[in-house]
Design a protein around this ligand. Structure first.
Ligand SMILES: O=P(O)(O)O[C@@H]1C[C@H](O)[C@@H](CO)O1
Ligand code: GUN
Length: 269
């Protein structure tokens, strides 16, 4: 907790406004922060005890400012378990943002589609997730100040926010999808056999993030909305290899629509 408090103290010394909404921007989605007005940028490397982003498509800074009538704190770059960080390090930003005052967290990510009715460029509102990471950020001593030892996860993705996202997508004439996000550790993309397994388990999309952050946010009583950018068909669906360049390129292609959707959603929160 000492590290979290020192990081929070540093950030509070740099901020003159309290954010109420957190925004995690996934691979290639960092530009969604461009629409934040009067932004204050704080590089992760300047924050005591904070990890740094090491993945292409992840800038590595907080952007704090106005988005409509709300003060938001956006993560331009997140941390992934596959980078070699512990689960506690991966989710440190959630606990820091909680102590800065956020009540709502919008988590975005780039994901591969397991559902053959989806296609690259689709946005998917996350109904629920499957934690297939064989780990959990809450393992170890419980942080009682954040939440209970055994948190309820029966509505991890807030139903009200889910509806707001659906309505905003409709208003924007966006063909948005809904589905189950299955989080795996990565950094490998899946084998075709693993994708058939995920489909059998009921997953619609696969990713390498989001699950640890959402578990930690739910534990801390933060309302969560998750939106995936479907950047590719998962392994074995198309007869072609997968690569990160395609992921970032697809995210970039849909960023304007995604930015517009996020702005509309934030205006309604
Ligand atoms: O940070 P996200 O989950 O958006 O990024 C996904 C998962 C991997 O980091 C990367 C693989 O291309 O995209
Ligand atoms: N695990 C996983 N994460 C992704 N992120 C973007 N595409 C993919 C994918 O196909 N699999």
């Amino acid at each position: 907790m000492k590290n979290i408090n020192e990081a929070v103290g540093y950030l509070k010394s740099k901020l003159d406004k309290q954010p109420t909404i957190g925004l995690i921007l996934g691979s290639g989605l960092g530009d969604l922060a461009e629409q934040i007005e009067n932004p204050v940028m704080i590089s992760y490397k300047d924050i005591p005890h904070f990890p740094v982003s090491t993945v292409e498509g992840h800038k590595g800074q907080f952007v704090v400012g106005e988005l409509g009538k709300n003060i938001v704190i956006a993560m331009q770059g997140r941390f992934h378990y596959y980078e070699g960080y512990t689960m506690e390090e991966v989710v440190m930003p959630i606990r820091v943002m909680k102590k800065l005052g956020i009540k709502t967290l919008i988590v975005t990510n780039a994901a591969g589609s397991v559902n053959v009715d989806f296609e690259p460029g689709n946005l998917m509102i996350i109904e629920d997730h499957i934690n297939f990471m064989s780990n959990n950020p809450l393992i170890g001593p419980n942080y009682d100040e954040f939440g209970p030892r055994f948190p309820d996860m029966s509505s991890a993705y807030d139903k009200g926010l889910f509806q707001v996202a659906k309505e905003c997508a409709k208003d924007l004439d966006l063909d948005i999808k809904e589905g189950i996000y299955c989080g795996l550790t990565g950094p490998t993309y899946e084998t075709p056999a693993e994708i058939r397994m995920v489909r059998t388990l009921g997953g619609d999309a696969v990713g390498m993030s989001t699950v640890p952050e959402v578990i930690t946010a739910v534990h801390a009583g933060i309302k969560v909305l998750g939106i995936s950018c479907i950047t590719n068909m998962a392994a074995g669906i198309l007869d072609q290899p997968l690569n990160h360049d395609e992921v970032v390129e697809t995210s970039q292609r849909v960023k304007e629509a995604f930015k517009n959707l996020i702005k509309h959603i934030v205006d309604k929160i």
